[in-house]
Write a protein that binds this ligand. Structure first.
Ligand SMILES: Nc1ncnc2c1ncn2[C@@H]1O[C@H](COP(=O)(O)OP(=O)(O)O)[C@@H](O)[C@H]1O
Ligand SMILES: [Mg+2]
Length: 257
């Protein structure tokens, strides 16, 4: 199916995209619209290509076929220099938080500002403190990642992803492996950060409860294509047996186990 939203405001568009790793076809004729100002969640089995979609959106991976548009700009063949400017408008919260263990929380969160701006140190410090506070972290600025809990490290990762006020934030499995309470807190935080940035978010997640709490749109990826797209209600009511099996977490159905 083609997941093309009827809304006029599209933040990003994957158009007939194909991705291969060597002989392995990961995506084929995949089309997906990411609606501006909304939270789009991408679901699918492990290895389906969810993280690859995030990398396509920020240009870390170029499609082998088709196009990727950010607004009306085709980034698929864009020079790396121009792509860097686009990437600066997109925050990325990596699956394994990806904080540098040898850097303090302050230095980790300050990284995008130090790399991209000439902001004076005292201003950076103020912004880092403010951003950490906005994700519910206080008095951690001089600590190191190993001294924080898993949920706190994730929040610091969120702070780093949003500190330069990106238009869009990509979250790769933000709650995987965390307890239900922290999951709820992080889900809530994704919603609040999207509102604060007045931007767009794309979240890859397996956590259905969390998805149905935050998603404006859900896209399900299966065997290299989007097989279902819609609001939470539309996805829940999908007649597609693959979607239903996935939502029910059942081992019985058309999905090969
Ligand atoms: N750098 C790579 N080299 C070879 N295969 C890769 C590479 N990155 C991803 N893949 C393959 O592409 C498929 C999709 O990967 P990914 O987007 O990470 O899936 P997901 O995030 O849904 O688990 C997987 O089967 C994976 O093995
Ligand atoms: Mg992944």
């Amino acid at each position: 199916m083609t997941a093309t939203a009827s809304e006029t405001n599209i933040y990003a568009r994957l158009e007939d995209v194909g991705v291969r790793y060597g002989p392995k076809v990961v995506m084929q004729h995949l089309s997906l619209d990411i609606v501006e100002g909304a939270i789009t969640c991408i679901i699918g089995l492990s290895g389906a290509g969810k993280s690859t979609i995030l990398r396509l959106i920020n240009g870390l991976r170029r499609p082998d076929e088709g196009r990727v548009l950010i607004g009306d700009r085709d980034i698929s063949g864009m020079a790396e220099r121009d792509l860097i400017a686009i990437r600066e408008t997109i925050g990325f919260s990596f699956q394994f938080a990806a904080l540098f263990d040898s850097l303090s929380i302050f230095d980790n969160v300050a990284l995008p500002l130090r790399e991209r701006t000439k902001m004076p140190e005292e201003k950076i410090r103020g912004l880092v403190e403010e951003t950490l506070e906005s994700v519910g972290l206080v008095n951690v600025i001089d600590r190191f990642p190993a001294e924080l809990s898993g949920g706190m490290v994730k929040r610091a990762g969120f702070a780093r992803a949003v500190i330069s006020n990106p238009h869009c934030v990509l979250y790769d499995e933000p709650t995987t492996g965390l307890d239900p309470i922290i999951t709820h807190v992080l889900t809530d935080l994704i919603i609040r950060l999207r509102q604060r940035l007045n931007g767009t978010a794309v979240v890859v997640s397996h956590d259905l409860e969390s998805i149905f709490q935050m998603a404006d749109y859900v896209a399900m990826l299966f065997e290299g294509a989007i097989i279902a797209y819609g609001t939470c209600e539309e996805i829940k009511a999908s007649p597609n047996p693959i979607v239903q099996q996935f939502l029910q977490g059942s081992e019985v159905g058309p999905i090969p186990i």
